[in-house]
Design a protein around this ligand. Structure first.
Ligand code: HEM
Length: 557
């Protein structure tokens, strides 16, 4: 009996030891060559470290970028930080340096179209479809990009200015009404409706009427709104356990898919009818029309692929651009001197004319004249990049990066998070004002054009900020297809609204008043606020309170 007990104990101990060694090797061996600044726990890896950083930040609603930023600072600003997220996710390398980001984003022998996108993209499948160019790889991605590129070329987008202007006019009417009523409003839905209307028309030549409060807009808008709601974490039930939410997501995803397919079929039939009567030409100048013009028969496969790209454009084209606008309105609202410079530029370019008429009459010249406006856009996207990029260094590929100290590090098997929020606030590049809104740093280099961004190996002037340190649209072959459109929208919208309204934040980030009831000003001429308007994660990164504001008609002094 006793012998039996000892034997059992010995077997159990040996087994426990064996499992411990296996677990130890699994946790600590595979990535021991990657520089690490925080100890990994045997069971929880780096999750404990990240959770600790979140706890120290004091508000769990903050975007994970803030936790990564705090850990990056505490560890002395290394170029990369490693966190072992296994078994929940692959082990992760947070990329904090533009030099390392560049090595991942550029084309190389191992990765002809930059490092493979991350499988975490699969979470978005219900929103953008599984054939989306955002997650496609290899020749499939290349063919899609080639097919849709012409629709986003700068010379083509300029022809779509009337659309942006017309949708901006509706936006102004909504702001006029708010100014009159003196009511508070969330800027997020207002900006999102505007950018949705623009992207719908630019991509499909469809009037989605997202800004029409009476009708609520085209059914696609309704389905998208419902779908996006299913990505908002209520905090009550973990997202992956929330079965009703998942059912809703599938339901609205199918509805949106069917509705978009119907729109594509209608447009295709319209185009073919036009081509028959009108010397083989089509009148529509939408992204969709350009992409369909060489197709004779719309197969089921073509229809699904096209629908997935349209969904991708609808989502990527409205969400990020809306956040950029909210951040621009807010940043300028607490920067009185800079707002004055911006308005002076608009006075110089537009005089007493309506900016909309000037854009239509002299588009190229007008856009070129808006240099300070462009600097403000560039600086807003530096401090508040709505997106980022997640890649997977596939095991066995032998993908290595070179660090500053000459060390070569193989990143195989890790998820690479190119953290725009950190890279673009790197004190080594942006100095003491890395966290401050200083558009002047871009004067002389307000160019945000795609050609320059694609030029990954372009030499940089040593005195200038390195080109790759500003990457809100990512760089390399898989950079953002819609960046020109976003820049165009921002310039037109700012020109239309910044001299007409005062944007006044209410709630978090509100301006503090001095004893005379005037805005309190700090040493840098910036308004003091009651706290920070931080970003939360709702698929992308956006102001946590939907950017609540009051709109007032601006009275020139
Ligand atoms: C301020 C506005 C915008 C920002 C900050 C932004 C940012 C980005 C970023 C960071 C990426 C790379 C994503 C990754 O690596 O996974 C990307 C890709 C993409 N963006 Fe944008 N974007 C903006 C506006 C737009 C607009 C207006 C469109 C219109 C269609 C658009 C469509 C796309 C598409 C289709 C891709 C995938 C490109 C590819 O993989 O070939 N984006 N964007």
């Amino acid at each position: 009996m006793e012998i039996h007990t000892y034997t059992t104990l010995a077997v159990v101990s040996a087994l426990a030891w064996f499992l411990y060694i296996q677990l130890y090797n699994w946790r600590f061996r595979p990535f021991s060559h990657i520089p690490q600044y925080y100890p990994n726990s045997l069971l929880f890896g780096g999750i404990k470290t990240i959770a600790g950083a979140f706890k120290r930040l004091g508000d769990l609603r903050r975007h994970p970028d803030y936790a990564f930023q705090a850990l990056w600072r505490e560890s002395g600003y290394p170029q990369i930080n490693f966190y072992d997220l296994r078994p929940l996710n692959p082990a992760m390398v947070v990329v904090n340096s533009h030099e390392v980001a560049e090595q991942i984003a550029k084309a190389s022998k191992i990765h002809p179209w930059s490092v493979t996108k991350s499988p975490t993209m699969a979470d978005l499948q219900h929103l953008i479809g599984d054939k989306s160019m955002l997650s496609a790889e290899g020749e499939t991605w290349k063919a899609l990009r080639k097919r849709f590129n012409p629709g986003f070329a700068p010379q083509h987008l300029i022809t779509l200015l009337p659309i942006i202007i017309q949708k901006s006019s509706v936006f102004m009417k909504r702001l006029d009404a708010l100014a009159e009523s003196d009511a508070e409003a969330d800027m997020e839905p207002l900006c999102t409706d505007l950018t949705f209307d623009i992207i719908g028309d630019v991509v499909c030549n469809l009037d989605l009427q997202a800004q029409d409060e009476t009708s609520g807009g085209h059914e696609v808008v309704g389905y998208f709104r419902q779908l996006i709601k299913t990505f908002v974490d209520t905090g009550y039930i973990p997202m992956w356990m929330n079965v009703p939410n998942r059912i809703r997501r599938i339901y609205y995803s199918n509805k949106a898919d069917a509705s978009i397919k119907q729109c594509i079929k209608d447009k295709f039939a319209e185009m073919k009818a036009e081509q028959k009567t009108d010397t083989n030409q089509t009148k529509s100048r939408s992204v969709l029309a350009l992409a369909l013009r060489d197709i004779d028969v719309l197969t089921k496969g073509d229809l699904q692929t096209t629908a997935d790209q349209v969904k991708t454009f609808f989502f990527a084209g409205h969400d990020t651009t809306s956040t950029m606008l909210q951040r621009l309105f807010y940043s300028l609202s607490i920067e009185p001197k800079r707002l004055q410079i911006l308005r002076a530029e608009h006075d110089a370019v537009f005089g007493n004319e309506d900016p909309r008429d000037v854009f239509l009459a002299r588009p190229d010249e007008t856009l070129k004249g808006l240099t300070y406006t462009s600097a403000c856009i560039k600086e807003t996207l530096r401090l508040w990049p709505p997106g980022s990029s997640a890649r997977l260094s596939v095991p066995g590929k032998g993908f290595k990066i070179r660090l500053d100290d000459g060390q070569e590090v193989c990143l195989d098997g890790t998820l690479l998070y190119i953290a725009h929020f950190l890279i673009q606030r790197d004190p080594k590049v942006f100095g003491e004002t890395a966290d401050e809104f200083v558009p002047e740093r871009w004067l002389g280099d307000t160019d945000t054009t795609a050609s320059k961004l694609n030029d990954v190996d372009a030499p940089t002037d040593e005195k200038k900020i390195p080109i790759s340190a500003w990457r809100p649209f990512e760089r390399g072959p898989k950079n953002c297809i819609g960046q020109e459109l976003a820049n165009l929208e921002a310039r037109v919208i700012l020109a239309c609204v910044m001299r007409r309204y005062d944007f006044v934040k209410v709630g978090p980030g509100e301006v503090l008043l001095d004893e005379k009831g005037k805005p309190a000003v700090d040493d840098n001429g910036r308004y003091k606020t009651n706290g920070e308007l931080f970003n939360a994660i709702v698929i992308t990164s956006k102001p946590f309170d939907k950017c609540r504001m009051k709109i007032k008609m601006h009275e020139a002094e």
